[in-house]
Design a protein around this ligand. Structure first.
Ligand SMILES: [Fe+2]
Ligand SMILES: [Fe+2]
Length: 381
């Protein structure tokens, strides 16, 4: 077996993805750097009914510091994969029962991140093409030099690492571009209504405090945060003569102003990453008893994020300066929120609000200091 022909799909030096990654000027992602030399933490599963060969493979890999387990069939391999995590699977194509290719297809389905290296003694271009097309990470023909085995394993670990890094980098890029969209929307709103920014930041901070106490999932928190930040984005579509009017609005002007949640929903729901947040925008002026707008939703039919936001919005409105009155103390806001529990606000959310000491709300407000103490638009409470 020693010094026999050794064939694979190609090394790192001729894999264009690896070469591209190596020359990439993008910043390194430290948490995904590989520990070199490969440590004994790397676990290799060997699947071959030839026990002698399994033992030989295991001996070579163990010598190099890998942990190995060997089984003789696809069924045994699947059972073992269900019990322990592996970094690489080496499988002969010819197995009793399910073939190595069938095993690989199932493994890719269950563990898409696990590199599968297929071994065969009856190599053909068609077979190699089929294996690689179906997702084999590598294809090795037997016999081959056992000394090369750790290199094959190492190459596939490196390839997996590069793929993970590329995927993480891609996600980070998507996230950065999502944040740019958010910034663009918020600055568009600022350009129409310069007094809104401080309000949006404070209301978002209050909203997140309550959402956190309600043990909302991280994913839901993300959407709630964006919904709160963008709640008044629809004001972009309200004419200046109404939005910037210094005096009281006429009933007709109020009707026009009350369109801003629907306008905001129309804007946000077209952007994939804001789809969930758009519902919070749409319903941010609904009331628990159904007396709000635009849909007159009541109770739990109102999205949780909008129910939390409604209370946070009231807290900020009462404790902020208005053209017609000075900011009220937190105690006033507390009394007003308690008075409106069950009518304007979800009583459960009021309870959570009351469980937070006033000092905490003051602290959150002070964290937004530097953002101008503003007056909100005439749609606020
Ligand atoms: Fe609003
Ligand atoms: Fe607002």
């Amino acid at each position: 077996m020693h010094d026999a022909t050794f064939q694979t799909r190609g090394g790192p030096e001729d894999d264009p993805r690896d070469a591209a990654a190596a020359s990439s000027s993008a910043p390194a992602i430290p948490e995904l750097e590989a520990p070199y030399p490969v440590s004994s933490r790397v676990r290799v599963l060997i699947v071959d009914e030839d026990r002698t060969l399994c033992k030989a493979f295991a001996a070579v890999l163990t010598e190099e510091g890998y942990h190995t387990d060997s089984v003789g069939s696809a069924e045994e391999a699947l059972a073992l994969l269900g019990k322990a995590a592996y970094d690489v699977m080496l499988s002969e194509i010819c197995l009793p029962g399910k073939s190595g290719i069938e095993l690989m297809e199932q493994v890719i389905e269950l563990y898409p991140d696990l590199p599968v290296i297929l071994l065969t003694g009856r190599a053909s271009v068609d077979l190699a093409r089929e294996a690689l097309h179906k997702g084999a990470s590598d294809f090795v023909t037997k016999p081959f030099s056992q000394a090369q085995l750790p290199i094959v394993v190492e190459r596939n670990l490196t390839r997996r690492l590069v793929q993970r890094k590329n995927m993480l980098r891609y996600r980070l890029e998507i996230q950065a571009s999502n944040e740019s969209v958010l910034d663009a929307l918020l600055s568009a709103l600022d350009s129409r209504d310069t007094e809104t920014q401080g309000h949006s930041e404070r209301v978002t901070a209050y909203t997140m405090e309550i959402a956190d106490l309600l043990a909302v999932s991280p994913e839901h928190l993300y959407h709630i945060e964006r919904g709160a930040l963008l709640h008044d984005i629809g004001k972009i579509g309200i004419p200046d003569r109404i939005l910037l009017k210094p005096g009281n609005l006429t009933p007709e002007e109020w009707e026009e102003m009350k369109r801003h949640p629907v306008i905001g929903y129309g804007m946000c729901s077209r952007i994939e990453m804001l789809r969930d947040a758009s519902l919070i925008v749409l319903h941010h002026h609904e009331a628990w008893d159904g007396s709000g707008y635009p849909c007159s939703l009541a109770g739990e039919a109102i999205p949780l994020g909008s129910r939390i936001f409604a209370l946070a919005d009231a807290l900020d409105a009462i404790t902020s300066n208005r053209p017609y009155r000075a900011a009220q103390p937190f105690e006033c806001a507390r009394q007003e929120i308690v008075r409106c529990s069950g009518s304007q606000f979800d009583p459960r959310i009021v309870e959570v609000f009351l469980s937070v000491p006033e000092a905490r709300w003051q602290r959150i407000r002070s964290l937004t200091a530097g953002i101008p103490q503003d007056t909100d638009g005439p749609d606020s409470m």
